[in-house]
Design a protein around this ligand. Structure first.
Ligand SMILES: [Zn+2]
Length: 255
């Protein structure tokens, strides 16, 4: 039987009002995955728990598991790293929301909690302190690493239509309606809504995942290439998660 008192390093994926003075929290932990917990009395001015109920915060949570109801209660927190920049930058707020929603929609990534936890933990830390012009690269890295951790692979070496091997200097074309990557000959059959992925974009996807997240952010792309890659990865993510992401529906222009 699980121990009643538990300590987990967590990230607040979601925080919602519950009753008049409580909050219900969706937390993410490297060991347990997603944990639903209630924080009592947090709307009271003197509540010591209040800072631990803010979305995107990361801290050591002291939890109590009620074995009868099988519910967690947050008793205390320690070592809070709050996400302050979400109040100042709407772009950062929605980016952090997207990071969290992807984890919620994937049910915490099955058994890959520790890798996924490390990814979102590092990404929130970097996002908090980064300049806006670099944010797209964090987004690309987060999206692509999330796909890989969840076992999704993108075939960048062959055409999805004729199966021809793509030469290193060729451009591939992604077609949303066909959900495929096509060579220059095949792409002319689907002229609408195509996103060209030049060799640089493919090289970027091939090489950057092996780097540390910080090092990968040093590598930049031509602006349109980065934007096309972002659209391609959004499409792959929504395919993997089998549905649209609310953060994208509400705020695509900010992300
Ligand atoms: Zn082809």
């Amino acid at each position: 039987m699980a121990s009643r008192n538990q300590i987990h390093q967590v990230i607040v994926l979601k925080s919602q009002a519950f009753g008049e003075i409580h909050r219900s929290l969706t937390l993410y932990s490297a060991e347990e995955g997603i944990i639903y917990a209630t924080a009592h009395g947090t709307q009271k001015i003197k509540s010591k728990l209040r800072p631990f109920t803010e979305a995107f915060g990361r801290y050591k949570a002291y939890l109590y598991l009620n074995p009868v109801k099988n519910q967690y209660k947050l008793n205390d927190g320690e070592g809070l790293k709050a996400f302050h920049s979400g109040h100042e930058s709407i772009e950062k707020f929605y980016t952090a929301s997207l990071f969290c929603e992807m984890i919620l929609k994937s049910f915490g990534g099955g058994t890959e909690h520790s890798q996924l936890y490390e990814l979102i933990d590092q990404s929130l830390e970097i996002l908090e302190n980064m300049t806006e012009n670099k944010r797209i690269y964090l987004l690309l890295q987060y999206l692509y690493r999330f796909l890989k951790i969840n076992g999704f692979s993108l075939d960048l070496a062959n055409c999805d239509s004729c199966s021809r091997k793509i030469a290193p200097e060729e451009t591939l074309f992604y077609h949303h309606s066909q959900d495929g990557l096509f060579c220059s000959q095949c792409q002319s059959r689907f002229p609408a809504d195509q996103l060209p992925l030049p060799p640089g974009a493919r090289k970027y996807l091939d090489t950057t995942p092996a780097l540390s997240l910080i090092s990968a952010l040093e590598i930049s792309l031509e602006k349109n290439t980065a934007l096309n890659l972002k659209m391609l990865l959004f499409s792959c993510i929504q395919g993997l998660l089998e549905g649209p992401l609310n953060s994208l529906k509400q705020s695509k222009e900010f992300i």
